[in-house]
Design a protein around this ligand. Structure first.
Ligand code: CUA
Length: 179
């Protein structure tokens, strides 16, 4: 028997299905349906499933909104590139963008407070991987992802790019402080 040669019995599909194969198909189908409905279920029962909203945007439009928040709520700058550290009031919209090869700005949030976090990529696909919480969102150019976040632990969080985006992908890191 070979996959290259035609089957010896040309009407092979008229053979009755084997019990084992039938059982396998039924089990696979049931498992498919379980996994399918889990995708919906995790939005209700999962602690970390992100029910994101996504809107179309452009780098200019996004930058204008992000810049306005940075201008208004910057509390200091950090690192040798003078990245602004922005501490917007609880409940407000906060912005973070990814571009070759950095995240901007640094956010300073308050524990137990909710924020609307807007994400986009300015040039190519980037990843927003929040560590150590291990939350992953794709940053896609032309799209604005909005997530409602409520930090429940204070500390320093790293944002790591987890979509390969070129020669300095491994240096693309950002930061979020939770007080
Ligand atoms: Cu940005 Cu990898």
């Amino acid at each position: 028997m070979s996959a290259i040669l035609p089957p010896s019995d040309r009407l092979w599909y008229k053979e009755p299905i084997d019990r084992v194969e039938g059982t396998w198909i039924v089990l696979s189908l049931i498992w498919c349906m379980v996994l399918f409905f889990m995708m919906v279920g995790w939005h209700i029962w999962g602690d970390q499933n992100l029910s994101t909203e996504t809107y179309r945007t452009t780098p200019d439009k996004f930058m204008a909104k992000a810049q306005a928040v940075v201008d208004k709520y910057t509390v200091r700058t950090e690192t040798d590139q003078n990245v602004p550290v922005v501490a917007p009031p609880p409940g407000s919209d906060v912005y973070m963008l990814g571009r070759l090869w950095s995240f901007w700005p640094i956010l300073e949030l308050e524990k137990g407070q909710s924020y609307r976090l807007h994400l986009t990529a300015m040039d190519y696909n980037h990843g927003f991987s929040l560590q150590p919480a291990n939350i992953n969102v794709q940053m896609v150019p032309g799209f604005e992802h909005v997530l409602t976040v409520t930090p429940n632990q204070s500390g320093t969080y790293s944002v790591v790019c987890n979509e390969y985006c070129g020669i300095n992908h491994h240096t693309m890191v950002g930061r979020i402080y939770v007080k």
